[in-house]
Every structure is written in C-alpha cells, then in structure tokens.
Design a protein around this ligand. Structure first.
Ligand code: ADP
Ligand code: ZN
Length: 219
C-alpha cells in the first residue's frame, strides 16, 4: 500500500508512520529525516538547505524531490511505502504523481493549541529516532498521558540520548505552522477531490489514533 500522511507539524505523522512500518512492513519515509541527515553530514546539499530548515521554511522543491526520487527507487519500496512530510505543496504533489501513484492519503486532524503543546514537548532519540513527549496534554476533561522515557533524557529502546529538534523551539514552531497553513493545507482539498483523502481524528493516545488509522486500512 502506498500511503501519504498529511497533517500539521506535530500531529504525530512520524509516530504513526513508524508504527505502521512495524506492523505492515512498508518503509516509513520521512523527508524531514532525509533533510536532517544531509544537514548532519554537512554535505553540499546539507549546506544549501540548512538556512531554510533553521527558519522553519520549506527547502526548495527540486532538492527534496530529488532526495525522494532516489529513496523511492530502492527495492524496499516496491510493495508500498508510507510518506511522512511529502508532498508539502501542490507542486510536490504533482511531481509525486509523475514518480508513482498513491492509494490513500491520511489526514490527521489536530487543533492548533494542541499542536504547539505537542511540538514543544517532543524529544527524539539521537541514535534510533524514537519519538517521546514530555508534556501531558489536557483537552477539556480528557488527559492524554505524556510519552516519557523511563529514565529522563534516555531512550527506552536503545539507551540513546534524547534531544530537542532545533526547529521545535517556540520561535520556529510558529513559522512552521504558517508555512503549513499556506503551502500544505491546500493539499487537503486537492486529495479530497481525487477521492483519496480520509480524515482521522488525531486527538487521543497513540494507540487510539493508530486504531482509527488501521480501521481505515482495513476497509
Ligand atoms: P514536521 O512535520 O514536524 O514539521 P519534518 O521533519 O517533516 O517536520 O520537516 C522539518 C523541516 O524539513 C521542514 O520545516 C522543512 O524545512 C524540511 N522539509 C521536510 N520535508 C519537506 C518537503 N517535502 N519539502 C520541503 N521541505 C521539507
Ligand atoms: Zn533510541
């Protein structure tokens, strides 16, 4: 199955995509991770895109599309994949169609105030990429538990060190949300018109939301 995850930053796209990868075996492809890898390795491309990343802006289409093309050409993508963070604008959606068809677009619906709380509490494992959240979140009288590691700052899975992404700092979060609203949100209507879009209520525990997603995959 070829799946695209849509939704604002912090909606949990990466978390659910990686859980689906574990369950169904389709590779989880995050263009954000591809971008961070280039920046970390200080490659030519990395140097070019870092200023955009640091500002919470989308990096130029040509560069991300090239990275994605290369990733999708690998063998493990033959039977399907889960895209997280791509496409991010209309042009990327059209370019994706030239590379491959997709079967389903899952749109995670999460209100903005919750997004900001989730992003500011997000912590990631340096070694294995596992995602945690140190904030407990209250919505009305519901409490969503934090996803804390057993030991502060240390990954449960691999013992790696947890860190906060540079762009999860408050100054950048606001810019990313604006970028999402202007560039990415229009894709919701685009995929709706194509009959590919399914809305999923993204408010709940990881297991609850995952259950909703899986029930769509099973229909
Ligand atoms: P989130 O969904 O939490 O905002 P990502 O990890 O998907 O974070 O993206 C982080 C940053 O990487 C973006 O702000 C942008 O600079 C860059 N990026 C990721 N995917 C794309 C894309 N498809 N097109 C352009 N820039 C991208
Ligand atoms: Zn880890």
């Amino acid at each position: 199955m070829k799946i695209v995850f849509l939704g604002p930053p912090g909606a949990g796209k990466g978390t659910y995509a990686s859980r689906l990868q574990d369950k169904f075996g389709w590779p989880h492809i995050s263009t954000g991770d591809l971008v961070r890898e280039e920046i970390k390795n200080n490659t030519e491309i990395g140097k070019k895109i870092k200023p955009y990343y640091d500002e919470g802006k989308l990096v130029p289409d040509e560069i991300v599309i090239e990275m994605l093309k290369e990733r999708l050409s690998k063998d493990d993508c033959k039977n399907g994949f889960i895209l997280d963070g791509f496409p991010r604008n209309l042009n990327q959606a059209k370019e994706l169609e030239k590379i491959t068809g997709i079967d389903l677009v899952i749109n995670l619906v999460v209100p903005k105030d919750l997004i900001i709380k989730k992003l500011s509490g997000r912590r990631i494992c340096k070694k294995c990429g596992a995602i945690y959240n140190i904030n407990e979140i209250r919505i009305g009288d519901r409490v969503l538990p934090a996803l804390k590691p057993k030991v502060d700052g240390i990954c449960d899975k691999c013992g790696g060190e947890l860190y906060q992404r540079d762009d999860d700092k408050p100054e950048v979060i606001e810019k990313r949300l604006i970028e999402y609203q202007n560039q990415t949100a229009p894709l919701i209507d685009y995929y709706k018109e194509k009959g590919l879009l399914k809305d999923v209520d993204g408010v709940g525990t990881v297991d609850e939301v995952l259950e909703r997603i899986i029930s769509i995959l099973n229909t």
